[in-house]
Design a protein around this ligand. Structure first.
Ligand code: UD1
Ligand code: CA
Length: 462
């Protein structure tokens, strides 16, 4: 049977990144460069992928996981040499192999599928994906003969002035017949300015054998942008972000200012939700319909139901149920579960807590490791004192409780349903159902104290 597989080259160091990290692990919208390539390969229906790792191999493998096959290139002797290291995986196979570079994250699955179709339809031995670039600096150039057929690929560093003026460049993506690739690799040498085994030389080798080699040009040259430095990383990031934002807008989400909005690709957002400027939505966040998110909010890996507002706030790894309003200036930390129609107001921090439906926590409050019931009102300045210096303790507040301003709830402690707590109380013991707890010293009045001290109308000295 004809096999279809992909080899992704990701062994290079990427010196121009000037980084401690492997180049292909630099991220765009929360995903490493090489994973963007892998994702497009998968979407194009290729199930068998080998990634050639070398520089920081362990890091790359750890990040990508073990559903993928790996080949190891000990020394980075060039892209051709890198593909040779993957040869064991296609030694006994017949069919097609797509070769891609781990530093070209913008390639789409459509482009990969188109190249494979074009390759098969024309009975090609090799198909090169190319693009016309206004500024082809750094890329390999596609040299064509008078009749327009491909002759060879010449690397920028090896090109003469005439070749340098060619605008059509090699994307670093190819489809090969497996048997022809095997044959061409066996004839590669490293006679070039960099002393490397160039994969690009396989093109000329196959042509000299009288094989069919054709190029297919992408419509959108952005797709072949190779990331060699941080400037290109930022450029590719911008393109990917815009693609993602465009998809959301096409699907019914209003984005007021795309230039200041960052949304990771796995996020899901329902129709008629409005995203205000300076908002970052990360991870596999799900946001429902009719929400208002931002301005100035960051949401990481959250589940947010319909009709929720999150303004000028940070919400991490938590869920928020429908109709709830958060912010401005709230901080919801991981492990929190906020119910329906809740209000979490300004300068409120909630950590690993459950907040029941219709509860109001309007200002200046800390709630940590607590379970707050339904219809509760936590007044301004309530603090759940969850940490005793050694460990975190839990507080439980029942339904419909009213906790006055500036109350400390010393955990572990329990407040039963419908209880009231007087403002300024420090609560250390259980408060029974339907009761009022007052835990503060009584007010004392010392009449005429000021006069007796001889301090009335005395001029204040600085
Ligand atoms: C390469 C192409 C060039 C093309 C450009 C497109 C060659 C010789 N040149 O140049 O024609 O226009 O990509 O972006 O192929 N790698 C390894 N092992 C190695 C060397 C590289 O795995 O020994 C990997 C790198 O990790 C990288 C990819 O191959 O992901 C491309 O390598 P890079 O050095 O960036 O090639 P370019 O000089 O950009
Ligand atoms: Ca490159």
């Amino acid at each position: 049977m004809e096999h279809l597989m992909a080899v992704i080259l990701a062994a290079g160091e990427g010196k121009r990144m000037k980084s401690k990290k492997a180049k292909v692990l630099h991220e765009i919208c929360g995903m490493p460069l090489v994973k963007w390539v892998y994702q497009s390969v998968r979407k194009a229906g290729i199930e068998d992928t080998v990634i050639v790792v070398g520089h920081k191999a362990e890091d790359v493998k750890e990040k990508l996981g073990d559903e993928i096959l790996y080949a190891f290139q000990e020394k980075q002797l060039g892209t051709g040499h890198a593909v040779m290291q993957a040869q064991d995986y296609f030694a006994n196979k017949e069919g097609y192999v797509m070769v891609l570079y781990g530093d070209t994250p913008l390639v789409t699955s459509d482009t990969i599928s188109d190249a494979i179709r074009f390759h098969k339809e024309n009975n090609n031995s090799a198909t090169v994906i190319t693009a016309d670039l206004d500024d082809p600096t750094g890329y390999g150039r596609i040299v064509r003969s008078g009749d327009g057929s491909v002759l060879r690929i010449v690397e920028h560093k090896d090109a003469n002035d005439e070749e340098k003026s060619i605008k059509e460049v090699n994307s670093g993506m190819y489809c090969f017949n497996i048997s022809d690739l095997r044959e061409a690799l066996s004839e590669l040498n490293n006679n070039n300015s960099q002393g490397e085994y160039y994969l690009t030389d396989t093109i000329e080798i196959l042509l000299k054998k009288g094989k069919n080699v054709r190029a297919i040009k992408v419509k959108d040259s952005d797709e072949i942008l190779g990331i060699n430095d941080r400037i290109q990383l930022a450029k590719a990031g911008e393109i990917i972000r815009n693609r993602i934002l465009q998809r959301f807008m096409e699907n019914g989400v209003t984005i007021i200012d795309p230039a200041s909005t960052f949304i990771d690709q796995e996020a899901e957002i329902g129709i008629d939700t409005i995203i205000y400027p300076s908002t970052i939505i990360e991870g596999n966040t799900k946001i429902g319909e009719d929400c208002v998110i931002g301005p100035g909010s960051r949401i990481v890996s959250c589940e947010i139901a319909d009709g929720v507002e999150v303004k000028n706030s940070v919400v991490l790894e938590s869920s928020i149920d429908s109709g709830t309003k958060v912010g401005p200036f709230a901080y919801i930390r991981p492990g929190s579960k906020i119910g329906k129609n809740v209000k979490i107001g300004d300068f409120v921090e909630v950590k690993k807590s459950i907040i029941g439906d219709k509860t109001k926590i309007s200002h200046l409050t800390y709630v940590g490791d607590a379970e707050i019931g339904k219809g509760v009102n936590l007044g301004c300045g309530v603090v759940v004192v969850n940490y005793d210096g050694k460990k975190k303790n839990k507080t439980v507040v029942g339904d419909n409780c009213f906790v006055g301003c500036n109350v400390n709830l010393i955990s572990p402690v329990e407040i039963k349903d419908n209880a009231y707590i007087a403002a300024g109380s420090t609560i250390t013991d259980l408060v029974p159902e339907n009761s009022l707890a007052i835990a503060r010293s009584r007010q004392v009045i010392k009449e005429d104290w000021v006069i007796k001290k001889g301090m009335l109308n005395k001029e204040k000295k600085d």
